[in-house]
Design a protein around this ligand. Structure first.
Ligand code: ATP
Length: 524
């Protein structure tokens, strides 16, 4: 059987819309760029992904507790965190197309292009040498590969230095030196590069002017830092311990494309782990491993996930790595793991004048804890999950090459609909009645859907396309005298195997297969 074909980006976005997963915001007004709405199935899938994250953090760890802080925070928060002064992206305009870009992203795209050429060389050599191919040796000796690698390293280093030094002239010079053209117009007529702050601001109703200026939070983390003592004291947690939060964040992204990958309003799932200074590398490595395992448990294969060390560290970090996912448009950041030192707590302590320290009752010492952060976008996780799940494949067990189906191979525990119940014949009242009765029962246990709006084959395809792991069908055997009376068929989405199960055993048969506990255990 040929390998399944994963959906390309165009197909993915169309599928998301047509099946009620994701819609463009305010579509009837031609949409608002970089804002999206989750439809009936999308909200179920997203909630399940959030639940998987929340339960693996909060429920499985007795030293991680939850928080739900408000989006608005005292404006000083953002001064202390560095966002007012340093949450900038280098903006550049193309004078001909009038399009706006992030200079660093244009340069990163250039590096990706060179990497593409390098990978092509490797693939060619692999084909030529077959089993005898030694990639490490080839990388170390082949002239072209070494040249490409050298070019990539040089550009990455130059970019990192320019970003750290906030050297906007140097970024512009890089665009010129590397002959980077506007992807839109193909022309290289660039304006100067300048800093652009990504925070959205708004105004308090009862205070005029600068005094009343508020920001929509650009990350959820600060709500955790300012509550560090409230949480620690009220829960009597001892270091090491973590605080987890899921919530909206807002960034005025310069270039917002790639669907829900880069939005101006999005959702983050962040966990700040408070530790003893000096232990950060130990925890950094531990959380890297833990988080990667969590992703793999969802069914994402090793070749679609990789670590990517940051070339230029943010002002608050002493180590940082991304978990990148192979999206339909290439490997991009899905999650960040950052060793944030005591930067945030110290900054808040200085600006607020409040002591944000931890008293270690064993050593009788007071100290400002260090922080290890894991931060993932719920929307990017949604996109990653959907992009790997959605594929076109030949229907298992049917040799006919024309017999293909679109199927979303979601882990059963996160599928939006767990069970679809359908009568084999919708004009046979006895069958319909039993099917509706089963739906009435199962809906207390699972997200279910009753569907009698088409022929059974069509209904199965419809459920495959949205990832429903089980379809329960009521047929003539269910109602007629005989050994199968009172049984129904349960069809498995992946194998298409049909098992006859007694109606009263359905919950016991399906329940363990869609239980989040299975996923949680695999991801721990
Ligand atoms: P990028 O480099 O892609 O802009 P970032 O490094 O600024 O991302 P972080 O500040 O580390 O991102 O945020 C943590 C996570 O939040 C990211 O790994 C990503 O999953 C998510 N995220 C950040 N910005 C966006 C956005 N504009 N839209 C959707 N998700 C986002």
């Amino acid at each position: 059987m040929p390998a399944p074909i994963f959906a390309d980006f165009k197909k993915l976005t169309a599928h998301a819309k047509d099946n009620g997963f994701v819609f463009q915001s305010s579509e009837i007004y031609d949409g608002l760029s970089a804002a999206y709405d989750y439809g009936p199935l999308g909200v179920l899938l997203k909630n399940n992904l959030k639940e998987y994250w929340w339960r693996s953090m909060v429920q499985l760890h007795d030293n991680i507790v939850g928080l739900d802080a408000s989006i608005f925070m005292h404006p000083k928060t953002w001064k202390a965190s560095g966002h007012v002064d340093a949450f900038n992206d280098p903006l550049v305009d193309n004078k001909i197309s009038k399009k706006r870009y992030r200079a660093d992203v244009l340069i990163e795209d250039h590096i990706d292009k060179v990497e593409g050429k390098l990978n092509k060389e490797i693939a060619k050599a692999k084909k030529r040498f077959g089993d005898a191919f030694d990639e490490t040796e080839y990388r170390a000796t082949n002239g072209n590969v070494k040249r490409y690698q050298g070019e990539m390293d040089d550009v990455a280093k130059r970019l990192a230095t320019a970003m750290t030094d906030e050297n906007m002239e140097e970024l512009r010079q890089m665009l010129v030196d590397l002959k980077i053209n506007d992807p839109e117009s193909g022309k290289a007529d660039w304006t100067d590069v300048r800093q652009f702050n990504l925070m959205f601001s708004t105004q308090l109703g009862n205070i005029a002017g600068e005094e009343g200026k508020l920001y929509l939070r650009p990350e959820t983390a600060q709500g955790i830092f300012v509550n560090f003592l409230n949480v620690q004291k009220s829960t009597r947690q001892k270091i090491p311990f973590g605080i987890a939060q899921i919530g909206k964040a807002f960034r005025n992204e310069i270039v917002a494309r790639q669907f829900i990958f880069r939005m101006r309003e999005f959702e983050q799932m962040e966990m700040q782990f408070f530790i003893q200074p000096g232990t950060q590398m130990e925890w950094y490595n531990k959380w890297k491993e833990t988080r990667m395992k969590w992703h793999r448990a969802l069914g994402h294969p090793a070749e679609k996930l990789r670590f990517h060390d940051h070339d230029n560290l943010a002002h608050y970090a002493d180590a940082a790595v991304d978990i990148q996912f192979d999206f339909p448009f290439g490997f991009k950041e899905l999650e960040g793991i950052h060793s944030r030192t005591d930067f945030d707590l110290t900054a808040h302590m200085e600006l607020s004048g409040k002591k944000l320290q931890y008293f270690d009752s064993e050593t009788k010492e007071n100290y400002v804890p260090y922080v290890l952060e894991t931060s993932i976008g719920a929307d990017r996780l949604f996109l990653a999950t959907m992009s790997h799940a959605l594929r076109t494949e030949m229907v298992p067990g049917q040799d006919d090459e024309n017999n293909v189906r679109d199927v979303m191979k979601l882990h059963p525990a996160i599928a939006p609909i767990k069970v679809a119940i359908m009568p084999l014949k919708r004009n046979k009242p006895e069958i319909v009645e039993v099917a509706k009765g089963i739906f009435d029962e199962l809906r207390f246990k699972f997200d279910c859907q009753y569907d009698d709006t088409g022929a059974i084959g069509k209904l199965y395809r419809r459920q495959d396309a949205v990832g429903t792991p089980f379809c329960v069908t009521v047929d003539f055997d269910t109602i007629e005298e005989g050994e199968n009376k009172g049984t129904v068929t349960v069809r498995d989405r992946d194998t298409l195997a049909q098992t006859r199960v007694r109606i009263e055993d359905l919950v016991g048969f399906i329940g363990p297969k869609v239980d989040m506990a299975v996923l949680l255990a695999a991801g721990e």
